[in-house]
Design a protein around this ligand. Structure first.
Ligand code: ARG
Length: 566
């Protein structure tokens, strides 16, 4: 129960004819804290009770349950509530310290299944910084939803199907035995595959038979030819090995890597359904589904050359996921450039008669710019995610060496701070906003950064090491003092932040919460001698421990580590 609910409960005793939710909705927060922490206006009761509001207030106050309040008084037409901060604060601290791992949890999901499709890079291409956003937002959303008791199924929907793989096979057959290429495939497989692909595309201009060969190889793949599948498999596992290096750095792990190729084997059902519902139309040799009635462009289902498309695979994917996982929600973490695409996908499913079409959630995000330039994998301008992370780790290491040259596990901490900084920067603003990425701003220890929050946590841990108490079960938690109130009350708002983040699939709510908590703790630290050896010291250390716990928990929701020293 939060403070406001406590006020509502106290009033409910005096107003048995009113619903407690209605009472809660009427409660206000006075602008001036001299007028209490909460106020209940009685104007609206005047009409019902045919009495003056002042009179109602004075009568009501007699019946209000005063337990848990310092005082409850009448101020004209208002009843003002002053919380017994020592008691309320002690309760908050108590619930954090007794079970820190579960503090803030809610049950919105009742263990219902949620599939989340995120990261989803394309094989035989480097994972670009664009995929960073999908990976990080997806992982944070997954963790936040788990915290409110959903059961998450994490899916890396690899882009592992398409005619380009036919071309790559043709190139591999022609030039793959070259010792240079064999060496390259071992050392830098993705780069080597990209080069093969670029080479066949360039040379195909003078050799149309290369294009022909690409088409043939893709047809072989579609028809289950063993050699084609072996090659495809090789490309895929080489790529996945590389992707896994990044996933390990980020501590992101998937339950399924079923990508487009997997869905490409399940096309009959959606196509048959579209036919049965008379939704397929011929258009210049291709087969399309019109979405005119939604004012949206049509879907291209089967191309004139007979091959299926990305959206046909996504239709099959959606059907498969519903059947396999019985999801209550099916999330896709993909950029805003695919807004229209996901509206098409959802409305096509609606027209196909699936009442679960609106359980599909496109959790979209804006572009990421590198120093003002668009980050993409254009030819010759490849910014790889791994490079960005490594640069960030290097910069973090330099700063740690300056700040704390004796730190023992400096490498590990640099890793946690460098990676955490990139993640935090990605998550701190509403996801649909564009992000400008400038390494020096991202890895700063001051300002609205990940290292700033991590540092507040490390500071709390350092105080606790000096304080020496780690078990607070016998500490009188009411002794923390008035100057800790704002901080403690903010700790009490953690689960509300989680709830808001979960309902909007918006990790920035949690990121902003951590910034605010770090700031409030730093202010507390600046104004209070936490370690002063007096009778309230254990209670102040308890506050410090609670802050450390909640910071660690909130950072964990963002997939950011909280080192104890840095
Ligand atoms: N592979 C795609 C890309 O890199 C993202 C896939 C998103 N998921 C989906 N089911 N369409 O843009």
């Amino acid at each position: 129960m939060n403070d406001k609910q406590q006020v509502a409960a106290a009033l409910a005793q005096a107003l048995p004819e009113m619903d407690i939710k209605e009472i809660e909705a009427k409660i206000e927060r006075p602008k001036d804290s001299n007028n209490g922490d909460y106020a209940f206006p009685t104007f609206f009761l005047a009409k019902i009770l045919h009495k003056a509001p002042q009179m109602i207030a004075s009568e009501l106050v007699e019946k209000v349950d005063q337990d848990g309040f310092e005082k409850v008084i009448v101020a004209g037409p208002y009843i003002n509530f002053f919380l017994d901060k020592a008691q309320v604060g002690a309760k908050i601290l108590q619930s954090i310290l007794t079970d820190p791992a579960h503090y803030g949890e809610l049950d919105l999901g009742h263990q219902a299944n949620v599939t989340i499709d995120y990261s989803s890079p394309n094989i035989a291409k480097p994972m670009g910084v664009g995929h960073l956003r999908s990976t990080m937002i997806g992982e944070a959303v997954a963790r936040i939803l788990e915290k409110v008791n959903y059961n998450l199924i994490r899916i890396d929907y690899l882009g592992d199907w398409g005619t380009q793989f036919g071309k790559m096979m043709a190139a591999y057959k022609m030039w793959g035995n070259d010792p240079e290429i064999q060496k390259g495939l071992k050392e830098d497989p993705i780069d080597t595959l990209v080069k093969l692909y670029v080479r066949i595309n360039t040379e195909a201009e003078d050799h149309p038979e290369y294009t022909e060969a690409g088409r043939d190889w893709f047809a072989k793949l579609e028809h289950g030819d063993e050699e084609a599948w072996e090659m495809w498999n090789r490309f895929r596992s080489l790529s996945l090995e590389r992707f896994n290096r990044v996933y390990d750095m980020l501590d992101v792990h998937f339950d399924s890597y079923n990508g487009e190729a997997f869905s490409a084997q399940k096309m009959e059902e959606p196509i048959q359904l579209l036919k049965d519902k008379n939704l397929l139309e011929q258009s210049r040799g291709a087969q399309i589904v019109s979405l005119d009635h939604y004012n949206l462009p049509p879907l291209l289902i089967i191309k004139s050359n007979g091959t299926t498309t990305y959206i046909t695979r996504d239709l099959a994917t959606a059907l498969y996921r519903k059947r396999m996982y019985g999801f209550a929600k099916s999330i896709y973490v993909v950029g805003t450039d695919q807004d229209t695409y996901f509206r098409q996908l959802k409305l096509a499913l609606k027209d196909m008669g699936f009442n679960w079409w609106d359980q599909i959630e496109h959790v979209s995000f804006g572009l990421m710019n590198l120093n003002g330039k668009k980050m993409s994998t254009r030819k010759g301008n490849v910014v790889s995610l791994e490079d960005v992370l490594n640069d960030s780790i290097d910069l973090a290491r330099k700063q740690i060496e300056e700040k704390n040259p004796d730190l023992e596990n400096a490498d590990e901490v640099a890793q946690q701070v460098g990676v955490g900084a990139v993640i935090f920067h990605d998550l701190k603003n509403y996801r649909r906003n564009a992000v400008n990425f400038k390494l020096e701003d991202v890895v700063k220890f001051e300002g609205e950064t990940g290292p700033y929050v991590q540092y507040a946590h490390a500071r709390a841990e350092s105080i606790l090491r000096k304080g020496g108490i780690r078990d607070f079960s016998n500490v009188d938690l009411t002794k923390a003092g008035a100057e800790a109130w704002e901080l403690i009350s903010f700790l009490g708002q953690y689960s509300e932040a989680i709830k808001r983040a979960a309902l909007n699939y918006d990790p920035s709510v949690v990121a902003k919460y951590t910034l605010e908590l770090a700031k409030k703790f730093n202010q507390y630290y600046a104004h209070t001698r936490i370690l002063e050896d007096d009778e309230a010291q254990p209670a102040r250390l308890a506050v410090t421990q609670a802050v450390s716990n909640v910071l660690k928990s909130a950072l964990d929701l963002l997939d950011i580590k909280a080192p104890d020293e840095m």
